[in-house]
Design a protein around this ligand. Structure first.
Ligand SMILES: Nc1nc2c(ncn2[C@@H]2O[C@H](COP(=O)(O)OP(=O)(O)OP(=O)(O)O)[C@@H](O)[C@H]2O)c(=O)[nH]1
Ligand SMILES: [Mg+2]
Length: 516
């Protein structure tokens, strides 16, 4: 209504004045201004030109340059909200706590009341582990040393006598040599000529019919338990320094040497060309010395065991010839271990090999293998095995020992030196190296038998006909290798070996006890 009255008054004006008034009104007329383009919706608002300019300044392009703060806040808000939403939605938290609680309960299950959560106790991991252990590991505690002594005569009514158990010191010293470090696979010699020179480290060879368990015993001596000792295959076994075993006879085809125990300390070669008296060496002397050292490598271990190819089924005649050469010519050969199958007993091939050993005058020890196949070891664990072994049942281990002694006494008749107690050991050792149920049956005793024959450990038992090893002739490892001040460092060719093991005295003046 006010606009109509104004228009009527303007029209009533004289023409000149009317034109002036209309021009004034035209300049002050409102202008349509575009809304910010940035927004998806185009808004139109009626404003004055000044307001329009202010709005244009506050346009999206200007906003983006001049006012970045509001956009992040606006964009951040939803993000924050979204991120906060789960935080605010606290119902998830109780879910997490509910999941954590049962885990804690599982870990504390052993101490918690089993009656409160019977379902958890049946499904939890620790319970499974405890049930799996008996299947994988040894079930029964097998005797670590297991040996027999012969009766005074060959009277068939007499029985094998269980030998008195070795002392803890002797078992500890022997076990330490074999287990203080990883066994070292030194070389495989197809022929005797391939053997490297050795003038310092005692060697023991392991002989026996094919598949009797020679390689398995070597693995068990180094600490491989039960099934692991009898199932060493391929590169993995080689890398671990283990002997390769197989259920098929004739798997070992070369003479393989394994080193045990730490190396003796060797001084670096002298730099000055002077001898001990300070005299300058001649060229010839220097050359001789160089050749002497280049022939033989520095010793790497205390003891070498040579795993021989088996004789009998699936063997080759060539192996026998090379083994015969080895037995006759090897300087550092301190003895041979002949393995005899507890089930099969002494065969024709065993007699032939024992005859070879007699002729070569090589000291011999008999070890029975696969004893687990004869008698149940449950009785061993309960201490009943001694009486059980003395029974005259066919196939018992005691009976097998009697047969072995009979054979040895026949074979020794053709020799003056290779006789009972000197050429061959009276004590027969019994093992079950590859027994998956009873890891280490008689293995500590076998270690002692071998180390004793090599002259590096003394058996402390007072056996009447036992001869002490020759002192100073062979290296002796009496203590762990970690004793740095044990011996003075001397040149390789001047190594003076220590005396045999006398046991490790403890602080109370007694002897240390070893646990086996
Ligand atoms: N039950 C049982 N099995 C054994 C024992 N010793 C060895 N075995 C198994 O007898 C098989 C032959 O063992 P090896 O150690 O390869 O025999 P080997 O005398 O070295 O045989 P060759 O190298 O062929 O001369 C393997 O399958 C061993 O798992 C044992 O004391 N008890
Ligand atoms: Mg073998």
């Amino acid at each position: 209504m006010t606009n109509q009255r104004a228009m009527a008054s303007i029209l009533a004006m004289p023409p000149n004045l009317r034109c002036l008034v209309l021009r004034q009104l035209a300049t002050s007329r409102p202008v349509a201004v575009a809304a910010p383009i940035s927004s998806s919706v185009r808004l139109f608002t009626s404003t004055t030109p000044n307001e329009a300019r202010q709005r244009i300044r506050a346009s999206p392009t200007a906003r983006s340059a001049t006012a970045p703060k509001p956009s992040p806040t606006q964009s951040a808000k939803p993000k924050d909200i979204q991120s906060e939403k789960p935080k605010q939605q606290q119902p998830e938290k109780p879910k997490a706590t509910q999941q954590a609680k049962p885990q804690q309960k599982q870990t504390e299950k052993s101490t918690a009341k089993p009656a409160a959560q019977p379902k958890d106790t049946t499904t939890t991991a620790p319970a499974k582990k405890t049930t799996k252990k008996p299947t994988g590991g040894p079930v029964e505690k097998a005797p670590s040393s297991f040996s027999f002594l012969p009766p005074p005569s060959n009277d068939p009514n007499q029985l094998a006598l269980p030998a008195p158990p070795p002392t803890g010191n002797s078992l500890f010293a022997a076990t330490h040599i074999f287990t203080c470090q990883k066994p070292y696979f030194m070389y495989a010699a197809p022929r005797f000529l391939n053997f490297p020179v050795n003038t310092h480290v005692p060697e023991i060879c392991i002989l026996g019919r094919s598949n009797v368990g020679k390689s398995t015993l070597i693995n068990a001596l180094s600490g491989a338990a039960g099934a692991a000792a009898g199932r060493a295959h391929g590169l993995e076994a080689r890398r671990a320094g283990r002997a390769i075993t197989s259920a098929q006879a004739g798997s070992t085809k070369t003479m393989n040497a394994y080193g045990f125990g730490p190396p003796p300390k060797v001084a670096p070669p002298k730099k000055e060309a002077e001898d001990d008296d300070g005299r300058l060496k001649s060229r010839k002397e220097k050359r001789e010395e160089k050749n002497k050292f280049s022939k033989e490598k520095k010793p790497t271990n205390t003891l070498i065991l040579v795993d021989m190819p088996g004789y009998g089924f699936n063997s080759q005649a060539e192996w026998g010839k090379e083994i015969a050469k080895y037995l006759e010519k090897r300087k550092m050969l301190k003895g041979a271990v002949v393995l005899i199958d507890s089930v099969a007993g002494v065969k024709k091939d065993d007699r032939a090999v024992l005859g070879m050993l007699r002729d070569a005058n090589v000291k011999t020890t008999i070890i029975l293998t696969k004893a687990d196949k004869i008698d149940s070891l449950e009785s061993y664990a309960q201490g009943e095995w001694q009486g059980k072994m003395q029974r005259k049942d066919k196939g018992s281990i005691g009976d097998m020992c009697i047969k072995v002694w009979e054979e040895l006494r026949k074979i020794e008749e053709q020799s003056l030196t290779w006789v009972e107690g000197k050429g061959w050991e009276r004590e027969v050792w019994v093992t079950g190296a590859g027994d998956p149920r009873n890891a280490g049956l008689g293995i500590a005793g076998a270690r002692l038998a071998i180390a004793k024959m090599a002259g590096i450990v003394r058996d402390e038992r007072a056996l009447a006909d036992e001869e002490a090893p020759e002192l100073g002739s062979v290296p002796v490892t009496t203590k762990p290798a970690a004793t740095p001040t044990a011996s003075k460092i001397v040149p390789f060719d001047q190594i003076v070996w220590a005396t045999p093991h006398q046991g490790t005295p403890n602080t109370k003046g007694g002897r240390e006890k070893a646990s086996f």
